[in-house]
Write a protein that binds this ligand. Structure first.
Ligand code: SAM
Length: 218
């Protein structure tokens, strides 16, 4: 696998252009754009498809799953307002690209994936790239109670509703970002835990995610 990890001016230039494109599409957070310009997205692709890596498109990563579109990754990340040292739960590890973006921003990431083969692959690849996270395999629609509470929770698959159990795992002042809707389209929601019992909810743009499958999901 080591041969794959080549990062030269061609890839770095393409990444910079991708970050500029996302800025033109409305992503404003300089740190998020900086992380996009830094994480080598082509490492997640088979060499045959390297040319696709810096297009603003989602791409199949096997097992019927996708690496999210860079715009979507940047959009969700911007909503989280990550601060250095934030403890972040990510539901839906997938390729681990989003995980790397969160780590670049200084987050301590707890990431959970329900598909064992994706979990196994990502758990190996990320440390090899120099990104350290806490990897879990299982149903993230229930969160990871053992490590709660979290400053931020990010769900990267489309949910039919906001799982109550995830809200309970947020710190006071914490933020949950989750796409909610039907199987076709979902609205991006931001939920802020303002007190022990109160939450503020904001509904944003429409996206299309793969389904969140599990106990508190589809
Ligand atoms: N953000 C990822 C990336 O950058 O590659 C892509 C995530 S992909 C759009 C969504 C992932 O959520 C899939 O890998 C899917 O298997 C996973 N997933 C779906 N339901 C889940 C659940 N209940 N718990 C954990 N992972 C789940």
């Amino acid at each position: 696998m080591a041969h794959k990890f080549v990062d030269n001016y061609r890839e770095r230039g393409a990444r910079k252009k991708l970050a500029e494109k996302l800025k033109d599409r409305g992503i404003q957070d300089k740190n998020v754009l900086g992380a996009i310009a830094k994480v080598p997205r082509h490492y997640f692709f088979d060499e045959t498809f390297w040319l696709q890596a810096y297009k603003d498109i989602a791409f199949p990563i096997g097992d019927g799953q996708t690496i999210s579109q860079p715009y979507t990754v940047a959009y969700q990340t911007e909503l989280l307002h990550i601060k250095k040292g934030d403890k972040v739960l990510e539901v839906g590890t997938g390729s681990g690209y989003q995980t790397c973006i969160l780590i670049e921003l200084g987050a301590d990431v707890y990431t959970i994936e329900r598909q064992e083969n994706l979990y196994n692959r990502t758990k190996l690849v990320l440390p090899h790239m120099g990104y350290q996270a806490h990897f879990f395999c299982g149903d993230g629609s229930k969160g990871i109670l053992d490590h709660a509470p979290y400053d931020k929770i990010l769900v990267t698959a489309g949910a039919p509703f906001v799982p109550e159990i995830l809200l309970k795992q947020l710190k006071i002042g914490g933020i949950l970002v989750i796409p909610v809707g039907d199987e076709q389209t979902q609205k991006m929601l931001t939920v802020i835990r303002v007190s022990e019992t109160e939450y503020e909810k904001f509904e944003l743009d429409t996206f299309r995610f793969v389904p969140l499958v599990g106990d508190q999901a589809w």
